[in-house]
Ligand binder design. Structure first.
Ligand code: G6P
Length: 608
């Protein structure tokens, strides 16, 4: 989505800013711009709609250079993609770039208009530019003007500012949107993602929520939200993270499993308010039409389809909206009945899966209220062709078996469920979900610590030829995902069943050679699930339970319990996915299969 770069140096910083923007391109954007303080001390701004190359062309026509500047790639929220809405925004000698959403922009805009400020854009960012200029006019001091401004804006933001009165100084702040300060020798940089600056430095200070900073060539002063001086140490960038090599990991799949805390944080950046979700990230049209949605159809393939199946439980329970989920290869060839005000959601890691794309194209003529793509690749066909989009920020996923793409899809779908609950008068779910999402990365980190226990289980699994996975409620699709992972990479035949279906057939298969994996969180269906598991034990089946630590462990030697921490129901499907990913990975490792490139499978299926 939006990206920020800034620099102060004793050389021309234009190339640093442009290279930074290029490196942020993969996140997706609709326009870009730079503002540079030139040798005469004035701000020069160049903006362009489209790709960074359009900005480069504009800069060739109007070259700018200087030692201090900021740059931005924009993904429209307030105001359509157009040059006049592109950042940086200016006001009385200052330039500002912003990621995120200022929620109280409307009253502030009115207040500033009453004070005589005129607006040239529809953005919430220009409000901050004028507010800051207003406080600077009052105080004559940038630091206090910046501090006063931050005290008056609500929402999620990363901000970077330059002012003509201080031609060597960058001001910046973050709240709900990432921002780092890069350390050079005798120069400093800013970026919303360290990747943007790896061409000039690998040393970064990571700002914390509410921090603001004043950065010059050789100083970096940081204050916390309360205004106390804050010490944020310089950290060397871990090149393995998000890069296209395996780093310390044996396989991409394992690396991607362990990247999930970061991938989830990145997906949530700028999307959460204190106790609500920031629906403006969907764009102005989607934001205003959310309340009209009366029905939802979800279409996807493979692992992405499983994410949709989990979302159906969330959406119907929390938002009270009827929801149906279907594999794209079936949906595209049948006569679909679309009730009034139905939203079509397509989910795809790659955004290029042939069936999903064909389903979206077919849906265009079926009278949907709108189409929404949930996708990990900003420039993909699916994202370009859908009316609305919600990007997951899992980073590149190389392993064919999807891991971090799946959990970030679930995160986006839980976020969307919360947005729908918020707009459909179901506020009882909203603050709880927001809180659970906020603490999710740390919880994921903790649960990944179960790896040693799962390595031990994998040994006994590897000589089996079949396995059953059982779950109930939203954990039934998680059992399906666990079975799919095992099939894909270890070539063990695995089936998932809703545990209540056990007696209707699969129980006939259960004997001492059939391991049964159960996904058994401490939820309202646990007692029912336990009865199903008793049925398995009574037939001599070997049980592996992924269960909450609050449940008493079995003393039966044929039952292996792996204990997970207690978690809120809403994030439980995400958490219980993790041990199943690790189990399939370690079974495949014991079996010696090609984990990252399993036989006969492709990462992106672009043919029917
Ligand atoms: C292939 C991949 C799966 C993926 C599916 C859908 O089968 O191997 O991992 O879930 O395609 O891909 P998509 O990119 O649309 O999520």
């Amino acid at each position: 989505m939006c990206g920020i770069v800034g620099a102060t140096a004793q050389r021309d910083i234009t190339p640093i800013l442009l290279e930074g923007l290029r490196r942020l391109e993969y996140r997706g954007y609709d326009s870009a711009g730079v503002a540079i303080i030139d040798s005469a001390g004035g701000i020069q701004r160049v903006r362009a709609v489209g790709k960074v190359v359009e900005l480069e062309n504009a800069l060739q026509a109007t070259p700018v250079s200087g030692h201090l500047g900021i740059a931005h790639t924009r993904w429209a929220t307030h105001g359509k993609p157009a040059e006049h809405n592109a950042h940086p925004h200016l006001s009385n000698g200052l330039a500002i770039v912003h990621n995120g959403i200022i929620e109280n922009h409307a009253p502030l805009r009115k207040q500033l208009q009453d004070l005589g400020y005129s607006f040239t854009s529809e953005t919430d960012t220009e409000v901050v530019a004028h507010l800051l200029a207003h406080h600077f006019a009052e105080t004559g001091d940038m630091l206090s003007a910046f501090r006063n401004t931050l005290g008056e804006i609500h929402g999620a933001y990363a901000l970077a500012v330059v002012h003509e009165s201080e031609p060597g100084t960058l001001y910046c702040s973050r709240m709900g949107s990432p921002l780092v300060i890069g350390e050079g020798s005798g120069e400093h940089y800013l970026a919303s993602d360290p990747l943007a600056l790896l061409q000039v430095t690998d040393r970064f200070r990571y700002l914390e929520e509410g921090d603001y900073a004043r950065v010059t060539l050789d100083t970096c002063d940081i204050w916390d939200h309360a205004g106390n001086t804050a010490d944020r140490p310089v950290v060397r960038y871990e090149h393995a993270a998000h890069s296209l090599d395996k780093g310390e990991y044996r396989h991409f799949m394992l690396k991607e499993i362990f990247e999930q805390p970061q991938a989830i944080s990145d997906t949530l950046a700028g999307t959460l308010g204190d106790d609500h979700v920031l629906t403006a990230i969907l764009g102005p049209e989607a934001e205003t039409r959310l309340a009209d949605i009366a029905n939802i159809h979800i279409v996807a393939c493979g692992t992405s389809y499983h994410a949709g199946l989990v979302a159906r439980y969330w959406i119907e329970e929390q938002a009270g909206i009827p929801c149906q989920v279907e594999v794209a290869s079936e949906y595209r060839y049948r006569s679909v009945v679309v009730p009034a005000n139905t939203l079509l959601i397509t989910i795809s890691q790659s955004g290029e899966t042939a069936d999903t794309l064909a389903a979206l194209r077919y849906a265009k003529d079926q009278g949907y209220l709108a189409t929404l793509a949930i996708c990990n690749v900003a420039g993909s066909s699916l994202v370009r062709e859908a009316d609305w989009r919600l990007l997951t920020h899992a980073g590149p996923e190389i392993g064919v078996a999807s891991t971090k793409a799946f959990t970030t899809q679930l995160v986006s779908l839980l976020w969307l469920t919360t947005a729908l609950a918020q707009t459909h008068g179901r506020s009882q779910f909203v603050a709880r979900n927001v809180n659970a999402l906020r603490t999710l990365p740390a919880l994921v980190e903790q649960v990944l610590g179960l790896e040693p226990a799962i390595v031990a289980l994998a040994e006994q699994f590897a000589n089996k030829h079949h396995a059953l996975f059982l779950g109930r409620g939203p954990h039934y699709p998680i059992a399906m995902e666990g079975a799919l992972k095992l099939k894909e990479i270890s070539y063990i035949h695995a089936e998932a069943y809703a545990a209540g279906e056990l007696k209707h057939g699969p129980l006939a298969l259960v004997d001492e050679d059939m391991p049964v994996v159960s996904v058994a969180p401490s939820d309202s269906l646990l007692e029912k699930l336990k009865s199903n598991l008793e049925e398995v034990r009574a037939r001599g089946g070997q049980l592996i339970n992924f269960a909450c630590e609050t449940i008493e462990q079995s003393t039966d030697p044929e039952v292996r319990d792996v204990s997970l921490p207690w978690v809120e129901d809403c994030v439980s499907p995400i958490i219980y996915t993790l041990p199943l990913q690790l189990l399939s990975y370690h079974v495949a490792l014991v079996k010696g299969t090609d984990v990252d490139k399993p036989r006969n499978l492709a990462k992106s299926v672009t043919v029917e």
